[in-house]
Design a protein around this ligand. Structure first.
Ligand code: SF4
Length: 406
């Protein structure tokens, strides 16, 4: 699971993740909205290992010379923290890591665009222990790769936003705003609404605007990946680890996605059929509509009709969701009937709340009957207000998540 900050890391573990990935802004592909610094990485590793979980450092930027010069210093500081592996893409940084800290396991990042078994063998020869395959690889191609390189660990992305370009090979953000996607500063230019003009020399090069119809003009906006339904096929293809995108996403996203994929994986282990209710669960978080990406290429007959189209031409924002995140339980009073929450979205008396409890499959529901803010009773409270107390009719543990059922 992605960990954009220490809280998201703990939420991922509490809701079922086996491992998280995180990194310092300078070398990881999250230069913005990334709270991790060397000090917090140190405590993150301690928390991970004391809970028998894994933690990987993302060191997957494609740096220019100036960042290579400073890398050995960062490298020794990060290596001293003893993460379970580095996730890397740049051959130069991989070379330096193998030379200076050969004890560190290197996982090849999706940014390296590994598409075939020969490329996997190449990385294996350089000492990598896992390859995170390109998002453009299908499940049948994964099986062929595993067959050719059985002793290499393989990982695939199964959930989250994806690029319209091959990961790492897009310069739209650089071109429009001088923000380099390969340094972790993508401005999501592909999500914008574009006006498209065409000209024809035989008509005096007159610019003619392509008119938008009800299908919209978000020409390069990909839907989000959701392959939970195909996890068994992915496991049978020989994948060792499945991964979720989203270090900038909310803790609510981290909690619900961890919980859903944990349940799906446990069901596979226990021989249970896929629980289709998990698709409904994942609709409770914001998306740009879902599809199963390139993974299901060649098995289209099993992909629902509405998921065969890769793009969402109508809306580039991540806004389609059936429920709204309301807050996370920070504290509980002595009688366990009042919980303290930082309110993320407006809530009022009478709203129906779904409660997601750490480590529990089933959710609970209650109606908001009392809202207390600064010792005063309120009928309604806006998003963005901290330390609001809500009356609850049953015991709710700390770190539970509330969403408003609409
Ligand atoms: S602009 Fe879009 S396609 Fe390009 S790197 Fe950013 S998210 Fe990916």
């Amino acid at each position: 699971m992605p960990a954009g900050n220490p809280e998201k890391m703990e939420t991922a573990y509490l809701f079922g993740a086996d491992a998280v990935y995180c990194g310092v802004p300078r070398y990881s592909l999250r230069a913005r909205e990334n709270d991790f610094r060397m000090e917090s990485l140190k405590s993150a590793v301690e928390i991970a290992h004391s809970n028998n979980k894994k933690i990987y450092f993302t060191v997957n930027a494609i740096p220019r010379n100036s960042k290579v010069t400073t890398f050995p210093k960062y490298l020794s500081e990060m290596a001293a923290l003893k993460p379970d592996a580095f996730i890397m893409a740049d051959p130069g940084l991989i070379y330096l890591t193998r030379e200076l800290h050969p004890e560190i396991d290197v996982h090849i990042s999706v940014q390296a665009n590994t598409m075939n078994f020969a490329a996997v063998k190449f990385w294996q020869k350089l000492g990598a222990t896992r390859v995170i395959l390109s998002r453009e690889v299908s499940i049948s191609e994964v099986a062929e790769i595993k067959n050719e390189v059985p002793d290499m660990e393989l990982e695939v992305f199964v959930h989250g936003a994806i690029c319209i370009a091959h990961s790492g090979r897009c310069f739209m953000s650089n071109y429009f705003t001088n923000r380099d996607a390969n340094q972790g500063s993508c401005n999501n230019a592909c999500r914008d609404k574009y006006k498209v003009f065409v000209t024809n020399p035989r008509q005096n090069d007159e610019m003619m605007e392509l008119q938008e119809d009800e299908d919209g003009t978000y020409l390069m906006n990909s839907k989000d990946l959701r392959a939970i339904e195909f996890l068994e096929d992915i496991a049978k293809a020989g994948v060792d680890s499945v991964k979720v995108e989203g270090r900038t996403k909310s803790e609510y996203y981290v909690a619900l996605v961890s919980k859903a994929y944990r349940k799906a994986l446990d069901d596979i282990r226990d021989g249970n059929p896929f629980d289709r209710n998990l698709l409904v669960e994942l609709d409770k978080i914001a998306s740009r509509k879902y599809f199963s990406g390139f993974l299901t290429k060649g098995m289209e007959e099993r992909v629902p009709e509405e998921e065969r189209d890769f793009q969402n031409y109508v809306d580039g924002s991540s806004s389609i969701q059936t429920q709204m995140f309301m807050g996370k339980v920070k504290e509980i009073n002595e009688d366990a009937d009042l919980v303290t929450v930082d309110i993320k979205n407006r809530v009022k008396i009478g709203d129906k709340i779904e409660v997601f409890l750490p480590g529990e499959i089933n959710t609970k529901h209650f109606l908001i009957s009392e809202i207390i803010y600064k010792q005063e009773n309120k009928e309604v409270i806006s998003g963005g207000i901290s330390d609001v107390q809500l009356k609850v009719p049953f015991n709710i543990p700390k770190n539970s998540f509330f969403s408003i059922v609409t």
